[in-house]
Write a protein that binds this ligand. Structure first.
Ligand SMILES: [Zn+2]
Length: 305
């Protein structure tokens, strides 16, 4: 067995259960729910989300050199699709945006995470030529809407499973292009935004290859993923089922292998393991923040005669 990113043979195994089911009342309930899945009505979507999460279990293979981790036996693509289509977003949408009542048309301005992501991209990358954007695992696509606030004429595409967002997207001028990435298309984009999505994909290499192919030359890709350095494995941090676990070193390495150039990468957010009522969205490279934010760039191709 070796690391799928850096090929190192220095690997160790960690049980993922500490993260799926942290040692708390909440964790115990999450652990018991799968046994009662058949009793839980579909309308209790939050419970359903946890009662079906036991498809993500077992050991994670972690690399001692670059820090990358991946599930030893991830669920099948079929099971993953079913999980996200069935449970994942519906409750979130109900809580956060209310398309049926037209909601607050400026809802995207109040989202601190999307706001700080787009602030970072704007300050680090010259976006003035962007015309077409793609947000993957978009939910309400707040990041895209923030970009449009500044670049009025951009066309915004989103990739998101299910039809529950369709009315909202229609109202906001967002085009839902597919349920899952990669998808068959001739379209290409100048800017791609992914926030807390990459850690959920099954085939990481296929995904990064496809990202490169749909990004235009000179284009920009934003990636935010959870930061999982060594200390993460010792902490009972509950997280949504993840298949990949990144460090700055491993995230940068895998994108560079696919010819992206790393324009910016750093650690953000509240320190790992520190519970706080008010999450921080600030850069926190000195300590061990909970997220990695990266901006990758697709260099202009050199044309030779
Ligand atoms: Zn490695």
């Amino acid at each position: 067995m070796y690391c799928q990113i850096c090929n190192s043979k220095l690997i160790y195994y960690k049980w993922y259960d500490n993260h799926l089911f942290p040692k708390s009342a909440n964790g115990i309930i999450k652990k018991l729910l799968p046994w009662f899945d058949f009793l839980i009505p579909d309308k209790f979507q939050i419970l359903k989300k946890f009662s079906k999460a036991n498809i993500f279990k077992g050991k994670v293979i972690v690399c001692k050199e670059c820090g990358y981790g991946t599930m030893e036996t991830p669920p099948t693509q079929e099971a993953i699709k079913k999980y996200y289509e069935y449970n994942y977003w519906q409750n979130f949408r109900e809580r956060n945006v209310k398309p049926t009542t037209h909601g607050d048309v400026y809802d995207y301005l109040q989202d601190l995470r999307a706001g700080s992501q787009i602030f970072l991209v704007n300050s680090q990358f010259d976006l003035k030529n962007i015309m077409r954007t793609l947000e993957i695992g978009a939910g309400p696509a707040f990041a895209s809407q923030l970009l449009r606030n500044r670049f009025k004429n951009i066309s915004m595409y989103v990739c998101e499973p299910g039809t529950s967002w369709d009315r909202y997207y229609q109202m906001r001028g967002l085009h839902r292009i597919a349920n899952f990435f990669p998808f068959d298309t001739n379209e290409t984009f100048d800017y791609i935004h992914t926030s807390h999505w990459l850690e959920h994909v099954l085939d990481l290499r296929k995904t990064i290859y496809a990202l490169y192919n749909v990004l235009n030359d000179g284009g920009c890709l934003f990636v935010e993923v959870p930061n999982t350095p060594e200390i993460y494995w010792e902490l009972p941090i509950g997280d949504t089922p993840h298949i990949h676990f990144f460090t700055v070193q491993s995230l940068k390495a895998i994108f560079e292998e696919y010819h992206f150039s790393c324009h910016y990468i750093d650690i953000f957010g509240t320190r790992l393991g520190k519970t706080t009522q008010k999450p921080s969205y600030e850069q926190d490279s000195v300590t061990e923040g909970v997220w990695i934010r990266a901006i990758f760039h697709k260099p202009n191709q050199k044309h030779t005669r």
